[in-house]
Design a protein around this ligand. Sequence first.
Ligand code: AMP
Length: 176
Amino acid sequence: MAAICVFCASSTTVDPVYLALAADTGAALARAGHVLVSGGGRVGMMGAVATGARAAGGHTVGIIPRQLQSREVADVDADELVVTETMADRKTEMIERSDAFLVLPGGLGTLDELFEVWTTAGLGLHPKPIVLVNAGGFYDGLLAWLDRTVAANMVRGDALKAITVVGDLDAALALL
Ligand code: AMP
């Protein structure tokens, strides 16, 4: 059993296929006996992953900043709801409480969280695995651009290897 932190979109208007992916992710983590750590909101994929985990009998930990409790609709059904003072505290808490990170499609907040765990892993500040679920090629453009940063000697090639990119949820679960 591990604590798995899932980063994903909070948008309420994403394609239902992404909401289903989030719900399936939560349910699969719960069935595997993992604890879900998430952003502590009920909106978008973030809400779907937590609801999916609980529907499958999983234990969920939500971590939400005080000022986002109404905007992201604090997940009061979470088994543990942690309210932080700042966004930075939220990320720190999510990183400290988790054994691994699963990144689903998302927006700027998801990218911020991905790069936070990625850059800190690259600096050797934590050894926790990071798995990027490139569902339907969602992250193809980002990954291609990151290859350019290596070609331009802006990023070390081995830094990019600090994350594992998989094409779907099953492949991600096999790694966890
Ligand atoms: P998004 O992918 O933009 O829908 O955001 C996903 C989640 O990331 C939301 O819960 C945002 O509140 C959160 N988020 C956005 N920016 C930050 C940040 N700087 N630190 C921590 N969480 C953030």
